[in-house]
Write a protein that binds this ligand. Structure first.
Ligand code: FAQ
Length: 313
C-alpha cells in the first residue's frame, strides 16, 4: 500500500514539476487510457485526413501545386505513423488501435467528414484546417507524456508549412478572377464552422477536459484554443479580402478578442456519431486500403522472422 502511494506521489510530483512522463514510468491506469484514446484518435485523424486532399491530386492545376499537395499528404501519413508509434509505447498494439477505428469505437476529427468539392477547398484545408490543428498542437508540445510531446514538435514544423502553402494558394485565388474569388469565398463559407468544431465541445460540456488538464495532457482548454484560432484567422481573411461567414463576428475591445456566433452543436454531434456527409465513405476507404496492405504487413513479418527468428508481428 505504502509502495502504491509512493508511485502515485512520484507521478504527481513529476506532473507538478513539468517533467515528462516516459513509457517505462509508472502512471495511473486512467492516465494511460485517456492518452491512448486521445493519441490514437489524433493518429487516425492524420491518416483519414489524407482522403479529402488525395481526392484532388490528379486534378491539381499545375505541376508545382501537385508536388506541394503530394508532399503535404505524405507528411500527414508520417504524422499518423509517429503518433501510432507513440501510442504503442503505452502498451497497445497497432492492430488493436486500427481495429478500434474500424469497429467505430475510436473517433477521428469531425472535419474530415466534409467533402472537398473544388480546388479552392484544398487551399482552404491547408489554411484553416491545418491552421486550427497547429493552434491545438502547439499547446500539445507541452503535453505531459514525453513521446507525444516530442512527436508534436516535428509535426508542428510541418503543419506550419502546410498552413502557409494553403494560405498562399487561397490568396492567389482571392486576387484572381471574380469566379476564382467566389470559389475561394465559397470554400471558406463551407469549411469555417467545421474548423471551429475541431476544438471540440465547449469546456463545460467536455467529458475529458477537467481530468486531462489536471494531468497536463491538455494544456489549454477547447474554448481557449478556439478563441486563439478565431483571433489569428480573422485578420488573415481580411488581408486577402475574404469574409468570415459569421454575422455575429465582432472585435470586442474590452475582452481584446473576437466575439463569434454559436456553433451548430447538433451538426457536430451528428458528425462525430458517424452521420456526417462522408463518414461512411471515409471509413470504407480506410478499411479497403488496410485490406489492400495486408500482403505488405505479411511480407514484413516474414522478413523479420527470417532475419531474427522472431515473429515480427
Ligand atoms: N472530432 O471531452 P472532449 C489535423 C470527441 S489533426 C471528433 O472535449 P478531448 C492534421 C472526443 O474525442 C486534427 N471527435 O474530448 C491534418 C470525445 O469522444 P470520446 C486532429 C471529437 O479529447 C490537417 C468527445 O467528443 N487533432 O487536422 C471532436 O478532451 C489537414 C468529448 O470531447 C487532434 O486530434 C472533433 N472535433 O478534446 C491532417 C489533436 N472534438 O473520445 C490532414 C489532439 C471532440 O470520449 C489534413 N486531440 N470530440 O469518444 C485533442 O486535442 C482533443 O482530443 C480534442 C477533444 C480537443 C480534439
Amino acid at each position: 500500500m505504502a509502495e502504491a502511494n509512493d508511485l502515485v506521489q512520484a507521478f504527481d510530483n513529476k506532473i507538478h514539476a513539468e517533467e515528462k512522463i516516459e513509457p517505462k514510468d509508472w502512471m495511473p491506469a486512467g492516465y494511460r487510457k485517456n492518452l491512448i484514446r486521445q493519441m490514437s484518435q489524433h493518429a487516425h485523424s492524420e491518416v483519414i485526413g489524407m482522403q479529402p486532399e488525395g481526392n484532388w491530386l490528379t486534378r491539381a492545376p499545375t505541376l508545382e501545386r501537385k508536388s506541394v499537395l503530394l508532399a503535404k499528404i505524405q507528411d500527414e501519413a508520417g504524422h499518423g505513423l509517429y503518433l501510432y508509434s507513440a501510442t504503442e509505447t503505452l502498451g497497445i498494439t497497432r492492430e488493436e488501435i486500427v481495429q478500434a477505428l474500424h469497429d467505430g469505437h475510436a473517433k477521428y476529427a469531425s472535419i474530415f467528414n466534409y467533402p472537398s468539392l473544388t480546388w479552392a477547398d484544398i487551399g482552404t484545408i491547408g489554411w484553416i484546417v491545418d491552421g486550427a490543428a497547429i493552434v491545438n498542437q502547439v499547446a500539445l508540445q507541452r503535453t505531459s507524456y514525453g513521446p507525444y510531446a516530442r512527436a508534436m514538435v516535428r509535426i508542428c514544423k510541418e503543419e506550419s508549412f502546410h498552413q502557409r502553402q494553403g494560405y498562399e494558394s487561397v490568396a492567389v485565388l482571392a486576387r484572381g478572377s471574380a469566379q476564382q474569388k467566389a470559389m475561394a469565398q465559397d470554400a471558406l463559407n463551407r469549411w469555417w464552422w467545421p474548423a471551429l468544431m475541431m476544438f471540440g465541445p465547449h469546456d463545460a460540456d467536455s467529458a475529458h477536459s477537467a481530468q486531462s488538464m489536471l494531468w497536463k495532457i491538455k494544456r489549454k482548454s477547447n474554448d481557449e484554443l478556439r478563441q486563439s484560432f478565431v483571433d489569428q484567422t480573422v485578420p488573415q481573411a481580411e488581408i486577402i479580402g475574404l469574409e468570415i461567414p459569421d454575422p455575429d463576428l465582432k472585435w470586442n475591445e474590452q475582452r481584446q478578442h473576437y466575439d463569434f456566433g454559436e456553433i451548430d452543436w447538433d451538426e457536430f454531434k451528428q458528425v462525430i456519431n458517424g452521420n456526417g456527409l462522408c463518414n461512411r465513405e471515409r471509413l470504407a476507404q480506410h478499411k479497403q486500403a488496410h485490406a489492400n496492405g495486408a500482403w505488405v504487413r505479411a511480407a514484413v513479418a516474414a522478413y523479420v522472422k527470417g532475419k531474427t527468428g522472431e515473429s515480427g508481428e
